[in-house]
Design a protein. Structure first.
Length: 124
């Protein structure tokens, strides 16, 4: 494993919330160029170590966010004011998935769910 990939996966593993490539680049103290960060993220995503989703908010625009693939699967809350992501813990949708599969004769392989609103700090 290259030094850049090792540094990248350490940052993602220690992160409590999803990070953009730009966030990761800054946390790597810009020791590696942004293209190297994207190549590393692509590598880990293909390996199944990292998951990503595209998210759009009024403050940051549309960006792709990356996080360590977790078992069990997790969901996130995004604060529309401070742009913070908060983990909501393990997924509680297994029963709903099974019901949807039965109702619609499909096999769900994965899903993405996030909530947007105001965190307690911004709400006050």
């Amino acid at each position: 494993m290259t030094k850049a990939r090792k540094a990248l996966i350490e940052i993602i593993t220690e992160a409590e919330a999803p990070l953009s490539a730009g966030d990761i680049h800054v946390l790597m103290e810009q020791r590696y160029d942004l293209a190297t960060v994207y190549r590393g993220l692509n590598y880990f995503e293909k390996q199944g170590t990292v998951e990503s989703f595209t998210f759009s908010c009024s403050r940051e625009g549309t960006e792709r966010y990356y996080y360590r693939r977790a078992h069990p699967h997790t969901h996130f809350f995004h604060c529309a004011s401070c742009h913070r992501f908060i983990s909501l813990g393990t997924c509680r949708l297994q029963d709903l998935e099974h019901q949807l599969e039965a109702d619609h004769d499909v096999a769900i392989q994965e899903h993405t769910l996030y909530f947007t609103g105001l965190c307690s700090s911004c709400r006050d």
